[in-house]
Ligand binder design. Structure first.
Ligand code: CTP
Length: 434
């Protein structure tokens, strides 16, 4: 988009003024060469990224948030978007929507990992070394943006050839040891682009599988989420399974055709609007959550508890999963349930669990019952209220709940059908109690 191009040119001018080499690196260059344009900029400078960020905000406005330790600056543009179209002085027609909210500037650096999976120690360095710490050669291409170098491609680590040959290759033998989540990234790039993981890289990957045990559930779920949002997620998961990645993460994580079909069902299912299923706050990622539940739903309750812990599933997600497993176990019993028994059973579980249960149960008559529960049964309440009981001078206590429940059950099971019948039953219950 014209706005982004003009912005890059503006950054480039200031980099020249500060005598810094400016590069756009990584995914953007890779995707440009693959003819898959992206607008995610990864900008690296040989020089002081924080100083460049400050110069940008002095000239154009906006705010800069910098991290001295990492030599990074985040230039926040959203405050200046409207004026920016004017200040950029370009002949191109710019729309305010073309601009990113923020622009990240990074000082070329060399990282040392003091021990595997530790936070890296950072040292200033050149672009070549900066690129060397990246995961795969195809992500090490850099395009220079400053002055006369504008558009020059830098290929220090053989990325271009690998891109042309469709190879995912690490740069050095410790890449997966530095960061075992790269195993999942390797598969994601391989399947996304229809590439192959290189032979030596595959060996290193196999050797690093056992390190996945140490990777936190949060980091793994972060990678899984990115995968599940990719169009080719099925091929990616299949490949991860083939490479033994799931087994390495947790021995109980299943994989087979049926699991894949279930996950697919979960990802494309949404509760019917008229069911008015209450979702918890995090349900913005509903397809991903449903994917996890349907993935693990065939485990026993004990296994599911352990795997949820390993993956650090959010509490509500774990509870929903466990509820579906219990509902599945009770399936045959439920066939005999009266409507009031059904309501008692269902009201004890998260609403989302009932919806997922409706996707996996095998008995159609139960599907109907879940539907009736959401549409009718759960809305059934007796005319009598706690206030009415108080007026009848019944001493407050557990008795109230018991009586009201019995009245509700009678309605649900068709034993009473009018207010008059309800009153008759109420009298009978009160007499019985006396
Ligand atoms: N990177 C890495 N190791 C990781 C994660 C990221 O070396 N575990 C590097 C990669 O070289 C990548 C860059 O950091 O190019 C930016 O990461 P990310 O935005 O995740 O990668 P993209 O290549 O932009 O991937 P995508 O196309 O999926 O956005």
């Amino acid at each position: 988009p014209a706005g982004r191009l003009a912005l890059l040119q503006a950054v480039s001018e200031l980099a020249v003024a500060q005598q810094m080499a400016l590069y756009i690196v990584g995914g953007f260059v890779r995707d440009l060469l693959l003819d898959r344009p992206s607008v995610d900029f990864d900008l690296v400078v040989e020089g002081d990224a924080i100083a460049l960020g400050k110069a940008l905000s002095e000239k154009f406005g906006g705010r800069v948030v910098s991290h001295k330790r990492f030599g990074t600056a985040k230039w926040q543009l959203f405050e200046i978007h409207p004026q920016l179209t004017k200040v950029l002085q370009t002949e191109l027609k710019i729309s305010v929507d073309d601009f990113p909210e923020t622009l990240d500037l990074v000082t070329a650096r060399r990282e040392f990992y003091t021990y595997p999976t530790a936070l890296p120690t950072v040292e200033r360095g050149s672009i070549k070394l900066d690129l060397h710490r990246r995961d795969f050669t195809i992500n090490t291409l850099a395009m220079r943006l400053d002055g006369q170098h504008y558009g020059d491609l830098y290929d220090y680590w053989g990325g271009l050839a690998d891109l042309q040959n469709g190879l995912v290759r690490v740069l050095h033998s410790l890449s997966f040891v530095d960061d075992p989540t790269r195993i999942l990234r390797a598969v994601r790039f391989e399947q996304r682009f229809g590439f192959r993981i290189g032979e030596r890289t595959r060996e290193l990957l196999d050797n690093a599988l056992s390190l996945l045990e140490r990777v936190s559930g949060d980091r793994l779920r972060h990678e899984m989420k990115i995968i599940l949002e990719e169009p080719k997620w099925k091929a990616m998961l299949g490949r991860l399974a083939e490479l033994g990645v799931f087994k390495a993460i947790d021995a109980e994580i299943p994989w087979d055709q049926a699991t894949e079909t279930r996950i697919e069902l979960g990802m494309k299912s949404v509760p019917p609007v008229e069911w008015d299923v209450q979702l918890s706050q995090e349900s913005g990622v509903l397809p991903i959550s449903l994917a996890y539940i349907l993935w693990l739903v065939e485990l026993t309750e004990e296994q599911a508890k352990a795997t949820s812990k390993r993956l650090r599933l959010p509490g509500w997600l774990r509870d929903t999963l466990l509820a579906v497993i219990r509902l599945k176990e009770d399936q045959s019993k439920m066939k005999e349930f009266s409507p009031s028994e059904m309501v008692n059973r269902f009201e004890a579980e998260p609403e989302l669990a009932l919806f997922v249960f409706s996707l996996v149960l095998t008995d159609d008559s139960l599907t109907k019952k879940i539907e009736r529960y959401f549409l009718e049964w759960r809305k059934v309440h007796p005319h009598t209220s706690g206030d009415d009981l108080r007026q009848r001078k019944i001493p407050p206590g557990p008795m109230y709940g018991k009586i009201l429940d019995q009245l509700r059950a009678a309605w649900l099971d068709g034993k009473i059908r009018s207010k008059k019948e309800e009153n008759k039953l109420l009298e009978a219950l009160l007499n019985e109690d006396k």
